[in-house]
Design a protein around this ligand. Structure first.
Ligand code: GSH
Length: 268
């Protein structure tokens, strides 16, 4: 068997990410946590030929309990950890924040103490709320329907999102960065080191820059810590920088972050 590539990876179980292939999606929040900490993982659907079958199996509609005693996942992403489940079997976790919490403790991305841990989770959940609201700009009525079948509602939803929701979320995170400036220097939401709240918020900001380039271009300067310091510094973090420059970083396409010019602020 090949030697694991890093010392850290030898001390961790073989983590397996189960997520749809070819899109960043919510899988990206999990990938960034691994990449930031330099711990190896298998991105099953992107790295193995039949990996998609494992993704479908973990959320199969006819599954009540899997052969290792795990409940079925409702929807990907899921994390599979051989040896860490009940009675030494394979553990399967789903829900992005649950996975981030579990990994945060093990990868050193969950703060220095119990208080920081809860703040980090709260901020990650808020960033994920923004992620979900972004999805609803192009699918305000039904996830199962095409965007083109809900376009009038999407136009209205996006206008409100741009004019009211983005300033509310960005203003909130600007205040959090300000409040933690002593330790975090604008680079971290909590304490003085990178957490999964930072990587999660960064991914949402990056996706929004792709989806709403006119809007973000127009308002970013109103949030100097968020976009002038935080966004730029997280992408330079060790592990993240190399990952973003690699072929492993998947392009945005038809996931949560989509660029429909008509949903963005009208251009000049
Ligand atoms: N709250 C869940 C949402 C999971 C989710 O919506 N996953 C999407 C892909 S990003 C999916 O496949 N959804 C299928 C469905 O909801 O039926 C999480 O954060 O993990």
């Amino acid at each position: 068997m090949a030697e694991p590539s890093t010392k850290k990876s030898r001390t961790h179980p073989p983590y397996e990410l189960l997520y749809w292939p070819a899109i960043p999606g919510r899988g990206e929040f999990i990938r960034l946590a691994f990449e930031a900490s330099g711990v190896s993982y298998k991105d099953v659907a992107n790295e193995t030929k039949d990996g998609i079958k494992a993704v479908l199996a973990c959320k199969a509609d006819d599954c009540i309990i899997d052969s290792d005693g795990n409940p079925p996942a409702f929807a990907p992403p899921a994390l599979r950890v051989p040896g860490e489940g009940k009675h030494g079997k394979t553990l399967v976790l789903y829900q992005t924040p649950t996975i981030l919490c579990y990994l945060g403790d093990r990868l050193g991305l969950a703060g220095e103490d119990e208080v920081e841990k809860h703040w980090i989770l709260s901020h990650a959940l808020t960033a994920l709320d923004l992620n979900n609201e972004t999805h609803d700009t192009h699918h305000p009525i039904a996830s199962i329907q095409y965007y083109e079948d809900q376009k009038p509602e999407a136009l209205k939803r996006s206008k409100d999102f741009r004019e009211n929701r983005l300033p509310k979320f960005f203003g909130y995170f600007e205040r959090v960065l300000k409040g933690n400036e002593g330790q975090g220097q604008g680079k971290h939401l909590v304490g003085g080191k990178l957490s999964f709240a930072d990587t999660t918020l960064w991914q949402v900001l990056d996706g929004l820059k792709y989806a709403f380039p006119n809007e973000l271009g127009a308002i970013e300067k109103e949030y100097p810590l968020l976009f002038g310091t935080f966004y730029l510094s997280v992408k330079e973090e060790k592990g993240i920088k190399e990952y973003l420059a690699s072929a492993k970083r998947l392009p945005y396409s038809n996931g949560v972050f989509r660029h429909y010019p008509e949903l963005d602020r009208p251009g000049k």
